[in-house]
Design a protein around this ligand. Structure first.
Ligand code: UTP
Length: 297
């Protein structure tokens, strides 16, 4: 059992790396950042920012690159649009537009070259400073009763160690993920012993994969700075997490909720459908349309 709450440094900041090239989603990502792909009419990145806020995060730090301006524009004020909506008395639209620009304290740092997720996180070092922080990847959309990041923070607050989000992947898919080996210490909570990046088929120590939610101590920056480029010549966050696991220790929490991989075409479509079905305004129409399509297929 984990102890009750210990006194830990609060996690106030979240780093959202959005500097990747999004090659798995070409051709649309030639001109549109994959983080701006919509779940009906809300971009994936807004869903992630809202998860942060619902988990108690106060400040969002985007790690961006060339071509990712639409993300920052999206969260900025749109004075002309607001004036137009006001003139036309489109009050509900005005409220939606204002909500987005007032949603959170947002800043950004630049990753000059796509040198890997670990390098992207390292680019946020000065903006984060000497405090624990969260990292969220837009590729993983998690839908559930409790925000996924909050589930990690609960474990961090009791263990005072870094925490990674885990998800049980179907047998046979382990070689596509970073897989962990650990001891179950509480319901869904593991003390990790080892991380294996993309294990060979049949060699995985479990089916628990690391997914895009992390709570990390600031010491990870020093580890990343001395982590040599790994697979693909990129600085891998997983390599730094392995080091952290062997030095300060690392926890894992099997996240409760439904996971969609927004980097995978079929899973992205399912995420859109799931969001649509839960919407009060269009849910019933979408359900009826799907049933009709299936009956005619
Ligand atoms: P991915 O490898 O899934 O994203 O990185 P990608 O590179 O954009 O996509 P593909 O593989 O080419 O389709 C996971 C996350 O890390 C960020 C990405 O933006 C994504 O959110 N990332 C990755 C960076 O910010 N910088 C990098 O150098 C690499």
């Amino acid at each position: 059992m984990l102890p009750a709450m210990t006194k830990v440094r609060p996690v106030r900041k979240a780093v959202l790396p959005v500097a990747g090239l999004g090659t798995r989603f070409l051709p649309v990502t030639k001109a549109i950042p994959k983080e701006m792909l919509p779940l009906v009419d809300v971009p994936v990145v807004q869903v992630i920012v809202e998860e942060c806020l619902a988990s108690g995060i106060e400040e969002i730090i985007f790690v961006t690159s060339r071509g990712k301006e639409p993300i920052l524009d999206y969260f900025d004020r749109a004075a002309d649009l607001e004036a137009l909506l006001e003139r036309k008395q489109k009050w509900s639209e005005l409220e939606i537009v204002r909500h987005v620009s007032e949603i959170a304290r947002i800043s950004s740092v630049r990753q000059p070259e796509a040198k890997g997720l670990g390098h992207a996180v390292l680019c946020a070092r000065a903006a984060v400073g000497d405090e624990p922080f969260a990292v969220l990847l837009g590729d993983d959309i998690l839908e559930g009763r409790r925000p996924a990041l909050r589930q990690l923070l609960d474990v961090y607050e009791r263990s005072a160690e870094g925490v990674v989000g885990l998800y049980q992947v179907p047998a046979g898919q382990e070689h596509m993920y970073g897989i962990v080996k650990g001891d179950l210490v509480d319901e869904r909570v593991y003390k990790l012993n080892q991380l294996v990046e993309k294990p060979d088929p049949g060699k995985a120590p479990s089916r628990l994969a690391v997914i895009g939610r992390y709570v990390l101590p600031p010491e990870i920056f020093g580890i990343l700075a001395s982590t040599p480029p790994g697979r693909g010549g990129e600085i891998q966050l997983t390599d730094a997490l392995s080091t952290l696991c062997g030095t300060q220790g690392l926890m894992g929490v099997e996240i409760e909720g439904q996971r969609f991989d927004a980097g995978d075409r079929a899973s992205y479509v399912l995420a859109v459908l799931s969001f649509a079905l839960r919407r009060a305004d269009i849910g019933a129409a979408v359900r009826a349309g799907i049933e009709k399509m299936l009956s005619e297929a």
